[in-house]
Each structure stands twice: as C-alpha cells, then as structure tokens.
Design a protein around this ligand. Sequence first.
Ligand SMILES: Nc1nc2c(c(=O)[nH]1)N[C@H]1C(S)=C(S)[C@@H](COP(=O)(O)OP(=O)(O)OC[C@H]3O[C@@H](n4cnc5c(N)ncnc54)[C@H](O)[C@@H]3O)O[C@H]1N2
Ligand code: MOO
Ligand SMILES: [Mg+2]
Length: 422
Amino acid sequence: MAHLHRTPLPVPEAVERVMQYKRKGGVERKHLHESGGRVLAENVSATHAVPPFHKSPYDGFALCSADTKDLSRENPGTFRVIETVAAGHRASRELRPGEAVRIMTGAEIPQGADCVAMFEICTTGEDQTGHPVMTLKRRMDAWQNVIEKGSETEQGEVLVPEGSKINPGVQALLATFGYSEISVYKKPLVGVFATGTELLEVDEPMEPGKIRNSNASMIQAQLERSGAACTYLGKLDDDFDSCYEAVSSALGDYDVLITTGGVSVGDYDLMPDIYKKLGAEVLFNKVAMRPGSVTTVAEHHGKVLYGLSGNPSACYVGYELFAHPILQHFMGNTRPYHTRVQAVLGQDFKKANPFMRFVRGKLHYEEGMVVVYPAGMDKSAIVTSLAHTDVFIVLRGGTRGYSKGDMVEAVLLEDQTGQTQF
Ligand SMILES: Nc1nc2c(c(=O)[nH]1)N[C@H]1C(S)=C(S)[C@@H](COP(=O)(O)OP(=O)(O)OC[C@H]3O[C@@H](n4cnc5c(N)ncnc54)[C@H](O)[C@@H]3O)O[C@H]1N2
Ligand code: MOO
Ligand SMILES: [Mg+2]
C-alpha cells in the first residue's frame, strides 16, 4: 500500500531537484544534412576567407579605376573588351590600361582590374576593326563594386560556437566551409512504458471497461518534438512482478526511462513500490500544481526515471515541465527550458487556483499582440483539449481566477529558442 501522505513540492523546486541529475550526452559525427536541430559539439570556423577571391557583385565590366579618373559625361572613355568571364571562370590574362573585361556576378575580378561598372551605365559597340568596345561616362573609385576577398570573414574566424543549435543558416555555413560531417551531441535514448490493465493499443477494438492507450503515442511525439530518440517498450498490466521485471531490465538500456500511470495512491498504483524495490531515490511524488500533482521522479545510479501520471493532461504537463529540460541539456542545449513570454489572456478563466495551474492553451497573434486562450476542458483526465495546445498558460496559485485582458505568463511548447532559467 502506497504512503497516503505526500508533501507537495513547489514547481520550481521540483524542477531544480530533477535538474540536479542533468548530464550531457556523448558526441557523435553527423552528416551535415542530418544535423538540423542538433547542437554543435565543436566550433564552426571559417576554413577559408569569404569570399575566397575578389568578386564581382554585378553583371558589368571590370576595369582599372585609374583609367577612369578623367571621365565624365562630356569626356567619355572607350575600352577594348578583351574577354567575357562568367562565374566559375577566370580571366585568361592580366588587364592592361585601356582594357575592360565583360564580367558576370560572382566571377573573380581579373588581375589589373579594381572596379566594376554595371551594364546599366555602359554602352557597348565595336571599333573600326570590329572588336568589341565599351564606353563609360563617369569615373570609378578603386574597389568600387568589388566584394573584396575576406571582407565577409577571414580564414580561422569562429563563426558559430560549440553549444549552438544547428539551423538552416548554420547548415549553409557547414556547406560553405566543407564540413560534410560535424560533431553534435547525441540524442538521449528514452524508453517508454505505459502501465494500466485497462489499456488497449491503437489498432485494437474497444472493449467494455477499457480505453485506448493515448499516452504512449503522445509521449513519443513529445519526445520527438524535444529532439530525443524514443523506444516504446509496450504496455504493462498493473501486476507488480511483471512491471518490476520490465522496468528493472529496461533501466540499463536507456538514458532516461518514462512510465505513465500507476503513480497515485490506488491499490494498483505500483510505481512507488517498484521504485522502492529498485532502490531508486524518489526526488518527489507530489507537486503543488494542476494538473500533474502526482508526477513522480526518481533517480537510480544517476539515471532519471519519470513516473508520469496516467491522466492524459497530467502526463503531458509532467513531461514538458520535468523531462523536456533534462533531455535538452543532454543534447547540449544551453537554453534547456521552454521559452516563456508575457501574453494577453483571451478569455476569462474564473476558477480559483489553490495551486499553480498550467492551463493547456492556444497561442494567437492578434494585432501584433500574443494572445492565449484555454484550449478546452481543463481537467487532468481530459485528452481532447491537448489537440489544440501549443502553450501552457501559467496561473499562479492563491488567485481567484483571471479575466480576459489580464497579462499572464505563457510557456511556449513549440518555440525553439528556449531559456537558461526555468
Ligand atoms: N485518493 C486519491 N486518488 C487520486 C489522487 C489522490 O491524490 N488521492 N490523485 C488523483 C490525481 S490528481 C491523478 S492525476 C490521478 C493519477 O493517477 P495515476 O497517475 O496513478 O494513473 P492511473 O491511476 O494509472 O490512471 C489514471 C487515469 O488515466 C488513465 N490512463 C492511464 N494510462 C493511460 C494511457 N496510457 N493512455 C490514456 N489514459 C490512461 C487511466 O485509465 C485512469 O483513468 O489519480 C487521482 N486519484
Ligand atoms: O496529478 Mo492530477 O493531474 O493533479 O489531477
Ligand atoms: Mg492511479
């Protein structure tokens, strides 16, 4: 029989207790195309200057600025066009005074040239011998319209430090500098069990007294959203020996183990006794929050075991508050906590709040303001409102409810930025 008396721990303290067991995962090499969303385990440095040569930003004529110093509308100058250089090609020889090269955007500026006149300010024609010429009616400055070698970055500069998340722009840099592979932090391997004799799997027909196991699919998707690697280990009947056996034998194979169900004080809530028999230290088994007050977290030889509630909304909230940040840290993220913003509450929420409440909510942008609405029914056992949830609306304990227009805190579940503090 589980102990009936449990002392509720304030949420920030519960998070802090879990985070005492955070650890960084190992490092692995990943192909640049498979590195998106991972965290860099090495600096990305410029392996060469960018651009690697003086380059033309325009389609036009490359020439020597000194040749243009006396030019004006009244005194145009005519240049012999000696060749055309497309991007990817180089001029065949150095430019001599009085010469110009027809050059395309991205091509290397020929030796002897130091500026580019855009096509739009040049007129083209032929001389008496039929050779192509170009006429210019203004003077050019040295290095005008040239992207100079190394002007964007010099060789050796650290451009993205270790610990940064790899986004499409970082992938552009990896490609620029020839990193076909890169060191990233490993994903944590997370094992998931669903407990409950009442559970049917998704492909099973309904039966009297039974419900389908929605938490396993939900947790797997939450893990995926967090970037972790998940193995669903199956559902377990509420039978002590088989549950104990399954949990204790899975422990060694995963970085983190998550179970759902069986953490409260019912006759078949077996997780507390399983933790006891395993010799795991329970960090807390009651949190001063709704939903998810029964969320239990234990530690076994430094490994964290999550006993999430069986009630779907409680399970969902328990995961995001207590598992997401530890998994983010494992993956090298220096901002492991969900981003929080101030938002306008879009409708009344009049329930009194003895405990801190994490209302599943939906974010809208209205006239440039972030507005959040409760996503639907707000009880621990509710599953339907989770479909419309992308934020938690944080309502502090000890309040008599909130009104439309009040400023509230919103935890953004689908934002990538994260923050360093809970
Ligand atoms: N006497 C008390 N009873 C309860 C307390 C309490 O403090 N004293 N706490 C209540 C609260 S709060 C919650 S939350 C629930 C937590 O229950 P458990 O975490 O032990 O979970 P179960 O009993 O296994 O299941 C609860 C509920 O959720 C359904 N469930 C379970 N697994 C799944 C799943 N994988 N997919 C979908 N639904 C699932 C299960 O059928 C139950 O209906 O305890 C209260 N009781
Ligand atoms: O642990 Mo329960 O979800 O607070 O209702
Ligand atoms: Mg129970």
